[in-house]
Ligand binder design. Structure first.
Ligand code: NAI
Length: 416
């Protein structure tokens, strides 16, 4: 007899029953088109790998427009309670309510669950058009800090009491006199802490070890923002010391003391012995480097705003947001929300033409997180096969509808 059970976190490890209850938020706009199709693909892959032994017990959760229509709230507390209790959920895109007190339902979900790592793997699939010459060189996973930085939302509008009071405080108490137009400036605050930075960097290293990655790069703007972004860099290097690594700091120290040749030799020896090479790159240079030499990077750890820019820039290099997956994870509590990274695409919603790949690849990340590795691999093989053979949706230059595209995947899975 099958027993639906909760996923639990025990001694720092995720314990996944054979019939786990997983909440899903269908999403607004194209969410209605892509979610049911993606779900069929997930179920077909689980059935193929495990037969009746394992199955996802989907539990519908309300959020966004659908929730507002049904119960007058964009993010009902039942939805939050379910994710809190059951740890894992997967979601389609949600519209951002205009003129509401909170900025976005996605941001609220991340904050409420303290989902501190935004994980975005970016890899190229053959058959997909790309604006760059060698997209196959892109194979990176971005770990973006998800709870701090300017996303904390501490901002005061131009010419308000709040910004004037803050300005007075800055001038009187902190002797700040460098604001160019003090009377009219809007002001914002950028909190970055060692705790927030280190837990994110830890997650990046754990991932690098698990996935056998050889390089971790910290991306920051510490040359300008010494204590926030520079702090992130320094705390990140502190975390690197807890792992089998050879860092650029060590390299530079050897180079200064004993010369370049020695530094190069020691780096080579360290990498040969299986250590991870760790360095840091200033964010603006990094945006050049991912176009010029993307093969040099594997795992990226960065702050919230940098991560936002980098994720979309890299997604564009491999074919756009229609195929970029994402996850927001708290590795300590186990809470995780997997999500399509694009929006509700109102221009194509309801037409059965949206690309479900971003959501399907988010599902791949979910299965990896659950430890159902074979399911994840099978879905990825099906996607590769489909793209390689020109089975594409309109956004990628193909002719397939959302449902036809998922039928191709399901047929492949059934006969694999
Ligand atoms: P969008 O991502 O919805 O659309 C941008 C462009 O990409 C449009 O041309 C759209 O047709 C296309 N596109 C997006 N997803 C696609 C898919 N799966 N297949 C084919 N083409 C696709 O961004 P936009 O228009 O800025 O936002 C619309 C709404 O979505 C807003 O309310 C916004 O707040 C929300 N949003 C939600 C996100 C989430 O839930 N994670 C993320 C981004 C935006």
């Amino acid at each position: 007899m099958k027993i639906i059970m909760k996923i639990e976190m025990k001694n720092g490890k995720l314990v996944v029953p054979d019939y786990p209850a997983i909440g899903y938020i269908r999403g607004d706009g194209v969410g209605e088109d892509i979610f049911p199709q993606a779900q069929k693909v997930f179920d077909a892959a689980v059935l193929k790998i495990y037969g009746q032994k394992k199955k996802i017990e989907w539990q519908k959760l309300l959020a966004g427009g659908e929730a507002f229509e049904t119960c007058g709230e964009y993010l009902p507390k039942e939805t939050l309670a379910h994710i809190n209790e059951n740890l894992i959920a997967i979601k389609g895109p949600l519209m951002t309510p205009v003129g509401e007190s909170f900025r976005s339902i996605n941001v609220t979900l991340r904050q409420k669950m303290d989902l501190y790592a935004c994980v975005r793997p970016v890899e190229y699939f053959k058959g997909i058009k790309s604006p760059v010459k060698a997209p196959e060189k892109v194979d990176m996973t971005i770990f973006r800090e998800n709870t701090e930085d300017i996303y904390a939302g501490i901002e005061f509008a131009s010419e308000t009491n709040e910004s004037h009071n803050l300005l007075k405080f800055l001038e009187k108490e902190l002797n700040v006199h460098s604001i160019r137009f003090p009377k009219t400036s809007a002001l914002g605050i950028k909190p970055v802490s060692p705790e927030g930075s280190k837990r994110l960097v830890n997650a990046a290293f754990e991932y690098a070890l698990k996935m056998n990655k050889k390089r971790v790069t910290f991306v920051h703007k510490g040359n300008i923002m010494k204590f926030t972004e520079g702090g992130f860099r320094n705390w990140a290097y502190e975390v690197a010391r807890e792992y089998p690594t050879f860092t650029k700091l060590e390299y530079d120290e050897i180079k200064n003391e004993r010369g370049s040749l020695q530094a190069e030799n020691e780096k080579k020896a360290a990498l040969k012995s299986g250590k991870i090479y760790v360095d840091d790159v200033i964010a603006d240079n990094f945006l050049q480097q991912i176009i010029l030499n993307p093969e040099n990077f594997e795992v990226i750890a960065t702050l919230n705003l940098n991560g936002d820019y980098i994720s979309d820039a890299l997604a564009a290099q491999v074919g756009g947001i229609g195929i970029a997956p994402g996850a927001n994870i708290n590795y300590k509590s186990g809470h995780a929300i997997f999500e399509a990274t694009h929006g509700t695409a109102p221009d194509i919603a309801g037409k059965n033409i949206a690309n479900p790949s971003s959501l399907i690849l988010s599902g791949v990340m979910m299965f990896e997180y659950l430890g159902w590795q074979e399911v994840a691999e099978l879905i990825k093989i099906a996607l590769s096969f489909s793209f390689r053979n020109g089975n594409l949706t309109a956004d990628l230059g193909g002719k397939l509808s959302t449902s036809k595209f998922s039928d191709v995947l399901i047929d492949f899975i059934k006969t694999y």
